[in-house]
Ligand binder design. Structure first.
Ligand SMILES: [Zn+2]
Length: 275
Protein backbone atom coordinates (compact mmCIF):
# COMPACT_ATOMS: atom_id res chain seq x y z
CA UNK A 1 0.00 0.00 0.00
CA UNK A 2 1.22 3.45 -0.80
CA UNK A 3 0.94 4.79 2.75
CA UNK A 4 2.80 1.83 4.27
CA UNK A 5 5.61 2.26 1.79
CA UNK A 6 5.94 5.88 2.82
CA UNK A 7 6.12 4.93 6.48
CA UNK A 8 9.04 2.58 5.89
CA UNK A 9 10.89 5.37 4.09
CA UNK A 10 10.36 7.68 7.02
CA UNK A 11 11.93 5.25 9.47
CA UNK A 12 14.94 4.49 7.33
CA UNK A 13 15.75 7.72 5.58
CA UNK A 14 16.59 11.04 7.21
CA UNK A 15 15.54 13.00 4.13
CA UNK A 16 12.12 11.38 4.15
CA UNK A 17 11.89 12.16 7.88
CA UNK A 18 12.08 15.91 7.28
CA UNK A 19 9.45 15.47 4.58
CA UNK A 20 7.37 13.72 7.24
CA UNK A 21 7.63 16.72 9.58
CA UNK A 22 6.73 19.07 6.74
CA UNK A 23 3.61 17.02 6.12
CA UNK A 24 2.65 17.21 9.80
CA UNK A 25 3.09 21.00 9.81
CA UNK A 26 1.05 21.26 6.62
CA UNK A 27 -1.70 19.10 8.15
CA UNK A 28 -1.81 21.25 11.31
CA UNK A 29 -2.29 24.31 9.12
CA UNK A 30 -4.97 22.52 7.12
CA UNK A 31 -6.80 21.60 10.33
CA UNK A 32 -6.79 25.22 11.52
CA UNK A 33 -8.00 26.47 8.14
CA UNK A 34 -10.75 23.87 8.07
CA UNK A 35 -11.86 24.80 11.58
CA UNK A 36 -11.76 28.55 10.86
CA UNK A 37 -13.77 28.12 7.71
CA UNK A 38 -15.98 25.43 9.26
CA UNK A 39 -15.64 23.71 5.92
CA UNK A 40 -16.26 20.37 7.49
CA UNK A 41 -18.39 20.82 10.61
CA UNK A 42 -19.03 17.77 12.76
CA UNK A 43 -20.69 15.26 10.41
CA UNK A 44 -22.70 13.80 13.29
CA UNK A 45 -24.12 16.82 15.16
CA UNK A 46 -23.10 19.77 12.96
CA UNK A 47 -21.11 21.28 15.84
CA UNK A 48 -18.07 23.48 15.42
CA UNK A 49 -14.76 21.64 15.58
CA UNK A 50 -11.23 22.60 16.53
CA UNK A 51 -7.96 21.12 15.30
CA UNK A 52 -6.36 18.82 17.87
CA UNK A 53 -3.69 16.86 16.07
CA UNK A 54 -1.83 16.53 12.81
CA UNK A 55 -0.12 13.35 11.70
CA UNK A 56 1.88 12.81 8.56
CA UNK A 57 -1.33 11.63 6.84
CA UNK A 58 -4.27 13.56 8.33
CA UNK A 59 -5.20 16.60 10.34
CA UNK A 60 -7.78 15.83 13.02
CA UNK A 61 -10.62 17.93 14.41
CA UNK A 62 -12.63 17.45 17.58
CA UNK A 63 -16.27 18.48 17.78
CA UNK A 64 -16.85 20.77 20.79
CA UNK A 65 -20.36 19.40 21.26
CA UNK A 66 -20.30 15.60 20.83
CA UNK A 67 -16.52 15.00 21.10
CA UNK A 68 -16.30 13.21 17.78
CA UNK A 69 -12.71 13.20 16.47
CA UNK A 70 -12.49 13.16 12.70
CA UNK A 71 -10.15 13.80 9.80
CA UNK A 72 -10.40 17.26 8.31
CA UNK A 73 -10.08 16.02 4.78
CA UNK A 74 -11.57 12.71 3.66
CA UNK A 75 -9.48 10.43 1.46
CA UNK A 76 -11.13 9.36 -1.78
CA UNK A 77 -13.33 6.30 -1.81
CA UNK A 78 -11.10 4.68 -4.43
CA UNK A 79 -7.95 5.11 -2.32
CA UNK A 80 -9.69 3.63 0.71
CA UNK A 81 -11.02 0.65 -1.20
CA UNK A 82 -7.62 -0.03 -2.76
CA UNK A 83 -5.97 0.04 0.67
CA UNK A 84 -8.33 -2.58 2.10
CA UNK A 85 -7.29 -5.06 -0.56
CA UNK A 86 -3.90 -5.31 1.12
CA UNK A 87 -3.81 -3.95 4.66
CA UNK A 88 -6.12 -6.37 6.37
CA UNK A 89 -5.17 -9.60 4.76
CA UNK A 90 -1.57 -10.19 5.75
CA UNK A 91 -0.56 -7.69 8.37
CA UNK A 92 -3.44 -6.81 10.66
CA UNK A 93 -5.47 -9.94 11.16
CA UNK A 94 -3.08 -12.76 10.30
CA UNK A 95 -0.61 -11.49 12.91
CA UNK A 96 -3.22 -12.07 15.57
CA UNK A 97 -4.29 -15.56 14.54
CA UNK A 98 -2.98 -17.00 17.79
CA UNK A 99 -5.56 -14.92 19.64
CA UNK A 100 -8.56 -16.05 17.61
CA UNK A 101 -9.90 -18.40 20.23
CA UNK A 102 -9.89 -15.80 23.01
CA UNK A 103 -11.24 -13.23 20.54
CA UNK A 104 -14.20 -15.50 19.76
CA UNK A 105 -14.80 -16.15 23.47
CA UNK A 106 -14.87 -12.42 24.01
CA UNK A 107 -17.41 -12.01 21.22
CA UNK A 108 -19.59 -14.66 22.87
CA UNK A 109 -19.50 -12.65 26.10
CA UNK A 110 -20.21 -9.43 24.19
CA UNK A 111 -23.35 -10.88 22.61
CA UNK A 112 -24.47 -12.13 26.04
CA UNK A 113 -23.80 -8.77 27.71
CA UNK A 114 -25.74 -6.95 24.99
CA UNK A 115 -28.84 -9.09 25.50
CA UNK A 116 -28.76 -10.91 22.17
CA UNK A 117 -29.74 -14.35 23.61
CA UNK A 118 -33.05 -13.05 24.98
CA UNK A 119 -33.73 -11.24 21.69
CA UNK A 120 -32.94 -14.45 19.81
CA UNK A 121 -35.48 -16.38 21.88
CA UNK A 122 -38.25 -14.08 20.62
CA UNK A 123 -37.47 -14.86 16.98
CA UNK A 124 -38.80 -17.62 14.80
CA UNK A 125 -36.75 -19.47 12.20
CA UNK A 126 -34.72 -18.70 10.20
CA UNK A 127 -32.75 -16.26 12.31
CA UNK A 128 -30.84 -14.34 9.71
CA UNK A 129 -27.72 -12.43 10.71
CA UNK A 130 -25.26 -10.36 8.71
CA UNK A 131 -21.71 -9.52 9.77
CA UNK A 132 -20.45 -6.41 8.02
CA UNK A 133 -16.70 -6.51 7.42
CA UNK A 134 -16.62 -10.19 8.37
CA UNK A 135 -12.93 -10.74 7.59
CA UNK A 136 -12.05 -14.41 7.61
CA UNK A 137 -15.31 -15.35 9.29
CA UNK A 138 -14.55 -15.53 13.01
CA UNK A 139 -17.73 -13.77 14.08
CA UNK A 140 -19.74 -15.72 11.49
CA UNK A 141 -18.52 -18.83 13.28
CA UNK A 142 -19.62 -17.46 16.67
CA UNK A 143 -23.05 -16.55 15.28
CA UNK A 144 -23.48 -19.93 13.57
CA UNK A 145 -22.62 -21.71 16.83
CA UNK A 146 -25.47 -19.78 18.42
CA UNK A 147 -28.02 -20.89 15.85
CA UNK A 148 -27.93 -17.88 13.54
CA UNK A 149 -28.01 -18.32 9.77
CA UNK A 150 -25.07 -15.96 9.32
CA UNK A 151 -23.86 -14.26 6.16
CA UNK A 152 -20.97 -11.86 5.76
CA UNK A 153 -19.89 -8.88 3.71
CA UNK A 154 -16.18 -8.38 3.13
CA UNK A 155 -14.23 -6.02 0.90
CA UNK A 156 -10.99 -8.00 0.98
CA UNK A 157 -11.03 -10.87 -1.53
CA UNK A 158 -8.55 -13.10 0.26
CA UNK A 159 -10.34 -12.84 3.61
CA UNK A 160 -13.75 -13.33 1.96
CA UNK A 161 -12.51 -16.53 0.29
CA UNK A 162 -11.20 -17.79 3.64
CA UNK A 163 -14.64 -17.31 5.17
CA UNK A 164 -16.32 -18.90 2.16
CA UNK A 165 -13.94 -21.84 2.59
CA UNK A 166 -15.43 -22.36 6.05
CA UNK A 167 -18.83 -22.79 4.40
CA UNK A 168 -20.30 -19.33 4.95
CA UNK A 169 -22.09 -17.16 2.43
CA UNK A 170 -19.91 -14.09 2.06
CA UNK A 171 -20.72 -11.23 -0.29
CA UNK A 172 -17.54 -9.77 -1.72
CA UNK A 173 -17.39 -6.02 -2.22
CA UNK A 174 -17.33 -2.63 -0.52
CA UNK A 175 -19.97 -1.67 2.03
CA UNK A 176 -20.98 1.36 -0.02
CA UNK A 177 -22.03 -0.78 -3.00
CA UNK A 178 -23.69 -3.61 -1.09
CA UNK A 179 -27.38 -4.47 -1.31
CA UNK A 180 -29.39 -7.40 -0.02
CA UNK A 181 -32.66 -8.81 -1.27
CA UNK A 182 -33.80 -9.98 2.17
CA UNK A 183 -33.64 -8.27 5.54
CA UNK A 184 -31.79 -9.53 8.60
CA UNK A 185 -32.85 -9.83 12.24
CA UNK A 186 -29.33 -9.08 13.49
CA UNK A 187 -26.49 -7.09 11.97
CA UNK A 188 -23.04 -6.92 13.51
CA UNK A 189 -20.70 -4.09 12.65
CA UNK A 190 -17.38 -4.72 14.30
CA UNK A 191 -14.78 -1.98 13.86
CA UNK A 192 -16.24 -0.78 10.59
CA UNK A 193 -18.03 2.51 11.21
CA UNK A 194 -14.78 4.40 11.89
CA UNK A 195 -13.63 3.47 8.36
CA UNK A 196 -16.67 4.82 6.50
CA UNK A 197 -16.49 8.18 4.77
CA UNK A 198 -20.06 8.89 5.84
CA UNK A 199 -21.06 7.09 9.06
CA UNK A 200 -24.61 8.49 8.95
CA UNK A 201 -25.22 7.27 5.41
CA UNK A 202 -23.76 3.94 6.50
CA UNK A 203 -26.12 3.61 9.46
CA UNK A 204 -29.09 4.60 7.31
CA UNK A 205 -28.17 1.83 4.92
CA UNK A 206 -27.81 -0.67 7.74
CA UNK A 207 -31.25 0.34 8.97
CA UNK A 208 -32.83 -0.66 5.65
CA UNK A 209 -31.11 -4.06 5.84
CA UNK A 210 -32.65 -4.78 9.24
CA UNK A 211 -36.18 -5.95 9.93
CA UNK A 212 -38.25 -3.53 12.07
CA UNK A 213 -37.16 -3.98 15.72
CA UNK A 214 -34.04 -5.77 14.42
CA UNK A 215 -30.82 -5.43 16.39
CA UNK A 216 -27.56 -3.80 15.43
CA UNK A 217 -24.47 -4.76 17.44
CA UNK A 218 -21.80 -2.18 16.85
CA UNK A 219 -18.24 -1.93 18.15
CA UNK A 220 -15.81 0.89 17.57
CA UNK A 221 -12.66 2.30 19.21
CA UNK A 222 -13.26 5.26 21.50
CA UNK A 223 -9.65 6.37 21.89
CA UNK A 224 -8.01 7.73 18.75
CA UNK A 225 -5.23 5.80 17.07
CA UNK A 226 -3.44 8.44 15.02
CA UNK A 227 -1.10 5.83 13.55
CA UNK A 228 -4.04 4.08 11.88
CA UNK A 229 -4.57 6.11 8.75
CA UNK A 230 -7.73 4.17 7.81
CA UNK A 231 -9.63 5.40 10.86
CA UNK A 232 -11.49 8.48 9.68
CA UNK A 233 -13.49 8.88 12.90
CA UNK A 234 -13.11 8.21 16.59
CA UNK A 235 -16.51 8.24 18.26
CA UNK A 236 -17.41 9.24 21.78
CA UNK A 237 -20.39 7.53 23.41
CA UNK A 238 -22.33 10.78 22.86
CA UNK A 239 -21.47 10.82 19.15
CA UNK A 240 -22.51 7.19 18.64
CA UNK A 241 -25.73 7.77 20.56
CA UNK A 242 -26.57 10.78 18.43
CA UNK A 243 -25.66 9.03 15.18
CA UNK A 244 -27.81 6.00 15.99
CA UNK A 245 -30.85 8.09 16.96
CA UNK A 246 -30.50 10.24 13.84
CA UNK A 247 -30.58 7.13 11.67
CA UNK A 248 -33.64 5.45 13.14
CA UNK A 249 -32.14 3.38 15.95
CA UNK A 250 -32.73 3.33 19.70
CA UNK A 251 -29.61 2.41 21.68
CA UNK A 252 -30.47 -0.31 24.20
CA UNK A 253 -27.24 -1.33 25.94
CA UNK A 254 -23.64 -0.20 26.08
CA UNK A 255 -20.35 -1.10 27.65
CA UNK A 256 -16.75 -0.10 27.25
CA UNK A 257 -13.76 -2.40 27.38
CA UNK A 258 -10.08 -2.61 26.57
CA UNK A 259 -9.14 -5.24 24.04
CA UNK A 260 -5.94 -6.73 25.47
CA UNK A 261 -4.67 -8.08 22.14
CA UNK A 262 -5.31 -5.12 19.87
CA UNK A 263 -4.90 -2.52 22.65
CA UNK A 264 -8.08 -0.77 21.60
CA UNK A 265 -10.36 1.03 24.02
CA UNK A 266 -13.70 0.03 22.58
CA UNK A 267 -17.34 0.80 22.88
CA UNK A 268 -19.79 -2.05 22.33
CA UNK A 269 -23.42 -1.19 21.81
CA UNK A 270 -26.70 -2.86 20.91
CA UNK A 271 -29.33 -0.73 19.18
CA UNK A 272 -32.83 -1.52 17.97
CA UNK A 273 -34.21 -0.44 14.64
CA UNK A 274 -37.32 1.61 15.15
CA UNK A 275 -40.40 0.39 13.32
ZN1 LIG B 1 -20.44 16.67 16.97
Amino acid sequence: MESQGRRVDIESDFGACSLHHKRIRRNWLKGILYAMGARRPCPICGGFALPIKASWMHSYLRCWRCNLIYVAELPSQNNLHAAYQQVYQDSYQARHKEHWESWMEHKQRTLDALGIPSYQEQLGEPRRALDLGCGEGRLLHVLAQRGWHAEGLEINAKLAHEAQGLGYTVHLGPFEQASFSEQFALITMNHLIEHLRSPLEGLEKVRTWLVPQGRLVLETPILPDYTNTDHLYCFSAAAIDRALRKCGFVPLMWFQYIDAHYQHHNLACCAKRTA
